[in-house]
Write a protein that binds this ligand. Structure first.
Ligand SMILES: [Mn+2]
Length: 356
C-alpha cells in the first residue's frame, strides 16, 4: 500500500507539494494533466514534466486520476476510434514514463453528483452532501448551477463550465444509451486498450458511479457487485481493474463492501477510502470524517479486507471536511485529508501487525 493524496497541479490546487510532503504519512501523488480534454493526446514531454515536478518535491507519482474517456467512446459514436487511438497513445506515453495506474470513469454526463458542497455540521466544519428529494426536484441544468456557485472559485473535476454549457446536448447524446449499450461500449474500449496495458503493465482502474444508482434517468454500470463482476468477466485481464471508491460505491447500503473487496481480489488497483453518514436511509448522506465512529462504516474492516486480499496499490483519503478556516476546493483541503491519511496509515499498520 502506498499512501497518496490527490493533487490538481500548481495552477489549480490550493495545497502545495511541499505541504503534502511535510505530512510525512503521504508518500505518493495522484494527479492529472487537468487542462487536457478527453480525446487529446498527452505527449511524453508533458508527462515527464508533470512527473519531474512531483519528484522534485520528494514525492512519487503513484498514478493518474484521471485520463478522461470521451463521450464518443462512452456512446459508441463513429468518432470513437479516433479517440481510442489518442487514448492508446496517451497510455503508451504514460508507460514510457514508468507510470502504471490510470483511474477513469464511464459515467454518462455527470462524473459525480452532490446537492450541497458545504453543508454545515454541528462542529462548524462543512462537508459535501447528497439529498435525493433535492435531486428529484431539480433539473440537470440547475444541478450544474448549484455546484458552480459553491466551488470556492475552483473548478470541480467533472463540472468544467465549458462541458456543462452543453448539458442539454449531452443528454441528447445519451438518450438511446441503456445499461447494455454502455457495457458494450466499455467492452469495446477495454478490448482496444488492453494490448498497450499489457505491454507497459498499466493497471486501468474504473471508478464506481457516484452515487451508485441512476440519476436523472442516466444509466449507471459500475454500481453493484453483480455489475462489477460482469465488467471483470467481460474483459478477463488483470489490467482491467477497479478503483475501490468506498464513498461512491458505499452510497448504496445494499452493496456489501467487504464481500466486494474479496470478490475483486487482484483487480483493485487503487482505493479511495472515506466514510459516510446516512441521515434518512439512503435518501440523504454526507461525507463524514474518516473516523469509523463519525460515520456508518467500520474503516478498520475495510482496510483489513484490502490488506488481507493482498492489495498493494495506492490508497488516498478521499474528500475531507473543510475546517480550521481553510479555503480550498470542496473536499480537497489539506487539513482533513491529512488527518484521514494519518488515520488510514494507523489502521493499515494495525492490519499488518494483526496478520503476523
Ligand atoms: Mn472516488
Amino acid at each position: 500500500m502506498e499512501m497518496t493524496m490527490r493533487w490538481y497541479g500548481k495552477k489549480h490546487d490550493t495545497v502545495t507539494l511541499e505541504q503534502i510532503k511535510q505530512s510525512c504519512y503521504v508518500k505518493g501523488i495522484i494527479t492529472t494533466l487537468y487542462d487536457k480534454l478527453p480525446g487529446e493526446v498527452w505527449t511524453l514531454d508533458e508527462i515527464l514534466a508533470m512527473k519531474k515536478e512531483v519528484e522534485d518535491a520528494g514525492l512519487h507519482l503513484a498514478g493518474i486520476e484521471s485520463v478522461n474517456v470521451s463521450d464518443a467512446i462512452k456512446t459508441g459514436a463513429p468518432e470513437r476510434d479516433k479517440d481510442i487511438a489518442a487514448y492508446i497513445e496517451t497510455l503508451e506515453n504514460l508507460g514510457k514514463a514508468d507510470i502504471h495506474m490510470v483511474c477513469y470513469n464511464f459515467m454518462p454526463v455527470f462524473d459525480w453528483t452532490r446537492t450541497e458542497l458545504a453543508r454545515v455540521r454541528e462542529d462548524g466544519t462543512t462537508v459535501l452532501a447528497y439529498n435525493q428529494d433535492t435531486v428529484d426536484k431539480m433539473d440537470p441544468d440547475n444541478m450544474f448551477d448549484s455546484i458552480k456557485d459553491n466551488m470556492n472559485g475552483t473548478v470541480m473535476p467533472g463540472w468544467e463550465p465549458e462541458r456543462m454549457e452543453k448539458v442539454k446536448e449531452l443528454f441528447e447524446l445519451y438518450k438511446d444509451i441503456d445499461e447494455d449499450k454502455l457495457f458494450d461500449n466499455l467492452k469495446y474500449f477495454l478490448e482496444a486498450i488492453m494490448p498497450v496495458c499489457d505491454k507497459y503493465d498499466i493497471n486501468m482502474a474504473i471508478h464506481p458511479d457516484d452515487p451508485s444508482w441512476s440519476v436523472f434517468g442516466l444509466p449507471r454500470i459500475i454500481s453493484s457487485q453483480a455489475k462489477l463482476k460482469r465488467m471483470m468477466e467481460m474483459v478477463p485481464n488483470k489490467h482491467n481493474g477497479v478503483t475501490f471508491c468506498m464513498g461512491s460505491y458505499g452510497t448504496n447500503l445494499n452493496n456489501d463492501l467487504i464481500d466486494t473487496i474479496h470478490m475483486l481480489k487482484g483487480r483493485i488497483h487503487f482505493a479511495h477510502v472515506r466514510n459516510l453518514r446516512f441521515n434518512d436511509g439512503m435518501r440523504d448522506f454526507e461525507e463524514s470524517a474518516h473516523l469509523s465512529s463519525d460515520g456508518t462504516f467500520d474503516m478498520y474492516a475495510i482496510m483489513k479486507a484490502l490488506h488481507d486480499t493482498g492489495f498493494d496499490g495506492p490508497i488516498r483519503p478521499d474528500h475531507g471536511r473543510m475546517m480550521w478556516g481553510e479555503k480550498a476546493m470542496p473536499g480537497y483541503g489539506l487539513y482533513d485529508r491529512a488527518l484521514g491519511a494519518a488515520y488510514l496509515c494507523g489502521l493499515w499498520e494495525a492490519a499488518c501487525k494483526e496478520s503476523k
